[in-house]
Design a protein around this ligand. Structure first.
Ligand code: S3P
Length: 176
């Protein structure tokens, strides 16, 4: 089967769905955030704090190019900002079938409340966090849409059901 690349906002469930897909298919799993943390031997929040966001974005692009170069095969879960950089969208498409996990603002706000691991959402109150998520989501939506081959709504759908839906899509699309 062709590679599956998951994109979507922070908290949309990319990592959990990618894990479920990997278990169901036996395909290798790569999470770009985890891979960057492993290669850098530091947390993403530390990379942002020490080197700034642009340095992290450069690492993301470099990783996509490396995966393409290495002919990586498997399931790829990406950081929520990956499709925003113009250069990354064609790279994502080349890597595999790109699935956008589309999640509503209310669900995202609920999932991201109390989360301390995302540097772009730090220092927000509960109310300002919701506004920030809404504003970022609106800004990013065109990039997510342009980058994706398929859009899967995730609100009120279990991880397991989402993984099954994606596998059904992969078989219907006849892209094995
Ligand atoms: C980011 C999302 C994060 C991580 C970084 C920036 C973003 O990944 O890459 O904090 O810009 O949306 P997750 O989507 O896995 O949280």
């Amino acid at each position: 089967m062709k590679n599956i690349v998951l994109i979507g906002y922070m908290g949309s469930g990319k990592s959990s769905v990618a894990k479920a897909l990997s278990v169901k298919t036996g395909m290798k799993l790569l999470d770009t955030d985890q891979q960057i943390e492993k290669e850098e031997n530091r947390r993403i929040s530390d990379i942002f704090a020490a080197d700034g966001e642009q340095a992290f974005r450069d690492m993301e692009t470099a990783l996509l190019k490396k995966l393409l170069n290495d002919g990586f095969q498997g399931i790829i879960s990406t950081g929520g900002g990956m499709p925003v950089r113009d250069e990354n969208r064609p790279l994502l498409k080349q890597l595999g079938q790109v699935i956008y996990l589309k999640t509503g603002v209310d669900t995202l706000t609920m999932r991201l409340t109390g989360d301390g691991s995302r540097p772009l959402l730090q220092g927000e109150t509960a109310e300002s966090k919701r506004r920030k998520i809404e504003e970022m989501l609106t800004r990013r939506e065109p990039s997510y849409m342009e980058a994706s081959d398929a859009v899967i709504p995730t609100d009120d759908v279990t991880t397991d059901a989402l993984a099954d839906e994606i596998l059904l899509y992969m078989s219907y699309a006849d892209i094995d």
